[in-house]
Ligand binder design. Structure first.
Ligand code: NAP
Length: 350
């Protein structure tokens, strides 16, 4: 262990998102993986034996020998990322927070609880102010913060710079990569040369999470954005990168140039503080008429930026555009690591 780095743990380290955490945290300037947890099927084995490594490139050398532990608090690092199966995350994450751990979770289980921040560091860093209420109400020494669903983050980040114009209605249609369904995910016989117009629970998550993320922190708690959001979610034969076609209506009618300026000039706290995983420019506007495209653009900027293009007037709502983000990086592991960096910079890990 490097004594100058903060030791971190990963719950669900053997799964798809867990592997993305392991990969994303390699050579991190502040954090170092010290503890790995998974089910009792994996506990007791070295990581290299417990895990079928599914990502490009070899399993990082410094985790191969680490022993996988049961998901019980105690021996784990104070800061723990969670990539646990949703069927078990609720209780296990709570148990860790009760025992004093800081849980930065990627699972859906706690996202919509009123005292849990659903955080995008660029968009709603002030939502972290709800943490003391969470600790008071629940009697926890630790805490839970979450990151959004992988398609919600693409929509919410592309809308955030436009909130100043008063968003009233949004219609968002997704084209979501198969990697978003984990491993082995969607059967190849179903998805090859095909589109599946249903992803269980996804539309509700996009609608509710977007309102919570773009809402305000008030003395009474987190107040959701008062806008109507309608999502259509589709699985398409793309490996990585969720594309979202967005139509949006505004209270104060901006011009196309107003919107372009807002998107291109968008910078926020993670950029000001130069957090290690923050993309220098969170939203990259692409002028080409046929971009962004998942195969060509999703991996750029370490998978941490959102790409927007094709901004034009909408004959039904006011404007429409296309947005793209990397679903397992900005939509999962990278999002949680950036959340932890923000929490560290706010002194929440002291
Ligand atoms: N895949 C994505 O792109 C994506 C994106 C955003 C969010 N998510 C969310 O992230 C979470 C993980 O997804 P995933 O695709 O990585 O799933 P996954 O590949 O099935 O991995 C699940 C992990 O949970 C562990 N686990 C299962 N049962 C457990 C138990 N009883 N006690 C302790 N650990 C247990 C597994 O350990 P074993 O290996 O020992 O079974 C494994 O490490 C889910 O909540 C999912 O909704 C996924």
């Amino acid at each position: 262990m490097n004594e100058n780095k903060i030791p971190v743990g990963i719950l669900g380290a053997t799964g798809m998102v867990g592997q993305h955490f392991v990969k994303f945290l390699q050579n991190h300037p502040w954090f170092e993986i010290a503890w790995l947890g998974a089910s009792d099927r994996s506990a007791g084995k070295p990581y290299r034996e417990a895990t079928s490594w599914r990502l490009d490139g070899a399993m990082p050398a410094d985790v191969r020998h680490l022993k996988v532990e049961e998901c019980k608090p105690g021996g784990a690092s104070r800061l723990v990322f969670s990539a646990m199966d949703a069927s078990v995350a609720t209780e296990i994450e709570r148990e860790f927070a009760r025992a004093g751990h800081v849980i930065v979770s990627n699972s859906r289980n706690h996202r919509m609880e009123p005292d849990v921040p659903l955080l995008i560091p660029e968009v709603n860093p002030e939502h972290l102010k709800i943490i003391p209420q969470q600790q008071r109400q629940r009697g926890w020494k630790g805490q839970i913060a979450t990151n959004p669903n992988c398609s919600t983050i693409v929509l919410a980040m592309s809308l955030a710079p436009l909130k100043q114009f008063g968003i009233t209605r949004v219609v968002a249609t997704t084209m979501q990569a198969i990697s978003g369904a984990g491993y082995p995910g969607v059967a190849s016989m179903d998805i090859n040369a095909n589109v599946i117009p249903f992803i269980g629970g996804e539309e509700e998550k996009m609608q509710q999470e977007t309102q919570k993320i773009l809402g305000d922190f008030t003395a009474e708690g987190l107040r959701p954005l008062n806008a109507r959001v309608s999502a259509h979610c589709n699985r398409v034969p793309v490996v990585n990168g969720h594309t979202v076609a967005v139509s949006v209506e505004f209270e104060r009618k901006p011009s196309k140039d107003d919107i372009l300026r807002a998107l291109v000039n968008y910078r926020s706290l993670p950029q000001e503080r130069k957090l290690p995983s923050a993309p220098p420019q969170p939203i990259i506007y692409m002028e080409e008429t046929d971009r962004p495209q998942p195969r060509r653009d999703a991996e750029r900027e370490r998978g941490m930026a959102i790409f927007v293009g094709r901004l034009r007037e909408c004959p039904v709502l006011d404007f429409k555009f296309v947005a793209l983000g990397h679903n397992t990086i900005r939509g999962a592991a990278g999002a949680a690591v950036l959340n932890a960096e923000l929490m560290y910079s706010e002194g929440l890990l002291d």
